[in-house]
Design a protein around this ligand. Structure first.
Ligand SMILES: Nc1nc2c(ncn2[C@@H]2O[C@H](COP(=O)(O)OP(=O)(O)OP(=O)(O)O)[C@@H](O)[C@H]2O)c(=O)[nH]1
Ligand SMILES: [Mg+2]
Length: 283
């Protein structure tokens, strides 16, 4: 697959994150719960090395709950604070506030012992495109976010939003670049819509998704497309779906592109079921 981030974008994004990093106490990395490995930026550790952090597994409503539990255990075993959210409904936001307070607890305690007044925690959200950064921030802040105004020493164009009584969040999320060095990762990102569809071969992506679903979520697939059997050849399976859904071009040919687009749309909307593309034991 030929997908790339322009190096210029990467340098700019990195510079912006590095600058903002100096202003915050804590970084929130937002991952897609369906593919926490592939939606994690490879430079994240280096970039944020000594910052406190919370991992948010977003789009929990679309992911397989049992696989998400495995991911939570995986992060917790490395002492990383992790929570799940559905940013569309805001479910999990309370856990998010609790996680921030937990991660910051020792600092609060140190400040208290020094007799210092507790100042608000400053946090920044980072994640790859389409991971749900904007949706998450919007849900946390509500429709009319309480802006805290410019702080002395802070550039004017940066806004802090009060998300809780002692937690302020930078309103501009840090956009991270995904890793494309591995075909499987690029493919999983493409399936979820994290890569611009215009540059992809949608039939190829859809065939890969069908193979994955046949292997791991066969019942969901049968049910959604009303199939008794799943052809092990993904192209033939795509043709079967064309027949069942009546995706036929005017000349009588099966419209495999239309079927491919609809299968991807339905997967992304969660209509095939709650599906995870990766489990921690694969890495
Ligand atoms: N089902 C579901 N959809 C979500 C969730 N969070 C975000 N989305 C959807 O995912 C898509 C991307 O969300 P955005 O908030 O725009 O993502 P972003 O990280 O800000 O993306 P960029 O600004 O492009 O970097 C949108 O269609 C959202 O509606 C979630 O928790 N569940
Ligand atoms: Mg956004």
């Amino acid at each position: 697959m030929n997908i790339n981030w322009y190096p210029g974008h990467m340098v700019k994004a990195k510079r912006m994150i590095t600058e903002n990093l100096k202003l915050v106490d804590l970084v929130v990395e937002i991952l897609d719960a369906r593919l926490p490995y592939s939606s994690r930026n490879p430079d994240f550790e280096k970039l944020f090395n000594n910052k406190k952090k919370v991992i948010v597994l977003n789009k929990y409503d679309l992911a397989d709950p049992s696989v998400t539990t495995q991911w939570q255990k995986y992060y917790e075993s490395s002492d990383i604070e992790v929570i799940t959210v559905n940013s569309k409904t805001g479910s999990g936001n309370r856990d998010f506030i609790n996680a921030i307070n937990k991660v910051m607890a020792d600092k609060f305690e140190r400040d208290r012992l020094k007799g210092m007044k507790q100042r608000p925690v400053k946090a920044m959200i980072c994640g790859i495109p389409n991971s749900g950064k904007s949706t998450f921030i919007n849900k946390l802040t509500g429709s009319a976010p309480a802006r805290t105004g410019d702080k002395p020493g802070v550039t004017k164009d940066r806004q802090w939003i009060k998300i809780h009584k002692n937690i302020h969040m930078l309103d501009t999320p840090g956009v991270l670049w995904p890793k494309f060095d591995d075909d499987k990762i690029a493919l999983n990102l493409a399936i979820t819509g994290a890569i611009n569809d215009e540059i992809l071969d949608l039939e190829q992506i859809s065939r890969k998704l069908l193979s994955f679903l046949t292997e791991n979520y066969s019942e969901n697939l049968k049910k959604r497309y009303d199939l008794n059997e799943l052809n092990s050849d993904p192209h033939k399976l795509l043709l079967d779906i064309c027949m069942h859904r009546n995706f036929i071009k005017s000349g009588g040919e099966p419209d495999t592109l239309k079927a491919a687009i609809i299968i991807l749309d339905e997967f992304r909307a969660g209509k095939i079921g709650r599906i995870s593309l990766e489990a921690p034991n694969e890495f």
